[in-house]
Design a binder for this molecule. Structure first.
Ligand SMILES: Cc1ncc(COP(=O)(O)O)c(C=O)c1O
Length: 387
């Protein structure tokens, strides 16, 4: 059997894979088993933020591997403490819980919000308001938090205590906060899986004001947008918010599994020994790699992100066969006249890898993708749209 057949026979059928086997890569170029090179405009769904085989990240990871790969959270390990310090100092927050994925980071945020509210306001203040069209993960609680019914339908009963507000409906949000005992509002600044839609400044302000009025925590899900992709270190910074919990994953690990729930002053002491945990969370190898990544998300890199983003928006806006362009930084979406999946398959056949989000094509390139590759990719995408 070839790899395609082997995979289809033995791997659970949870993904609609594209007909491409990746065998190697460097930076933003991936090589398939067909011998062709592909420009990677997806970076493993926003994970490989410095592309594939990045030398500094590899060095950091292999150095830690040479020391020890894992010791459990029963003992201290330098990369864990240093990464937590960096995340706190860069966000003005207090403590970090490390997990292995975005969903687990969000699980932690949900648990922290409920425990905080139970201790401060009473056990019935357990509800968490999330947004319609959001996406927060695939565990049962994060699926329940996800404001899209399509993800709920096969997995009933889901955990309760989630209420859904429509972005832009301030009255609706306030009614939920007033009429239900709530702990928090959980949100993405750009709804990625929901169609690459930024929530906008007015909605960010509305959430902040209502959270303040009803004593709710703000939980920012920065799993996909975070770690420089927005053009700032975290997307909430663009809207001038100061969340109580920031969750992140994907690009933080740069290809190794790592999630983090960064806790602000109001919730810094909610978690105590025994109240939460993880065997692998905060693995020293993943944390050592993450330190090397965070060290490089500086003003120069962020400037480059904004420049690249502006270039893509300029190229695609108004192009033939493209209805609209949306997003923030290097998390961009555009709606082709063709069905999104057919467009993505066409782009692949022409050597560009993209992902989809509903009816949109989603672009999540490496933050340091070379301009010549970006120009080539933009031209191919325009050709695909016009064809
Ligand atoms: C905003 C957001 N939150 C959470 C998740 C879940 O992350 P993971 O797949 O690492 O569990 C994702 C994944 O796409 C995401 O985009």
């Amino acid at each position: 059997m070839d790899i395609f057949e082997l995979d289809r026979r033995y791997v659970a059928h949870t993904y609609s894979r594209f007909p491409l086997e990746i065998v190697s890569g460097k930076g933003s170029l991936l090589r398939g088993s067909d011998g062709r090179e592909y420009i990677d405009m997806g970076s493993g769904i926003a994970v490989n933020i410095f592309g594939v085989g990045d030398e500094r990240w590899k060095r950091a990871v292999t150095q830690q591997l040479d020391s020890f790969q894992h010791c459990s959270n029963l003992y201290y390990a330098e990369p864990v403490a240093r990464l937590a310090q960096m995340l706190c100092e860069k966000t003005g927050m207090e403590r970090v819980f490390f997990a292995n994925s975005g969903a687990e980071a969000n699980e932690c945020a949900i648990k922290v919000a409920r425990k905080w509210a139970a201790e401060k306001k009473g056990a019935d203040y357990c509800n968490i308001i999330t947004l319609k069209q959001s996406f927060h993960g695939r565990t049962l609680a994060t699926l329940a938090a996800t404001g899209q019914e399509i993800f709920h339908k096969d997995y009933q009963p889901l955990p309760g205590g989630f209420l859904y507000a429509e972005v832009g409906d301030r009255e609706g949000l306030e009614t939920l906060a007033r009429e239900h005992p709530c702990a928090a509002i959980l949100f993405e600044c750009v709804q990625g899986e929901g169609g690459v839609m930024p929530i906008g400044q007015a909605w960010a302000d509305a959430m902040r004001e209502i959270a303040q009025k009803y004593d709710l925590l703000l939980l920012a899900d920065e799993v996909q947008l975070g770690n420089g992709r927005s053009g700032r270190l975290y997307g909430y910074m663009e809207y001038g918010l100061q969340p109580d919990v920031v969750t992140t994953a994907k690009g933080l690990g740069g290809g190794l599994p790592l999630g983090a729930a960064i806790l602000g002053a109001r919730v810094a002491d909610v978690l105590q020994p025994g109240s939460h945990g993880s065997t692998f969370g905060g693995n020293p190898v993943c944390c050592a790699g993450a330190i090397s990544i965070l060290n490089r998300i500086d003003e120069e890199l962020l400037h480059g992100v904004k420049e690249r983003a502006a270039y893509i928006v300029r190229e695609l806006t108004g192009a033939k066969g493209i209805k609209n362009v949306s997003g923030m930084g290097l998390m961009l979406g555009f709606e082709p006249e063709k069905p999104a999946r057919a467009f993505a398959e066409l782009a692949l056949s022409k050597g560009v890898l993209v992902t989809t989000a509903k009816q949109k094509i989603r672009l999540l390139p490496a933050l340091n993708i070379p301009m010549d590759l970006l120009e080539k990719a933009a031209q191919i995408l325009k050709d695909c749209a016009a064809e």
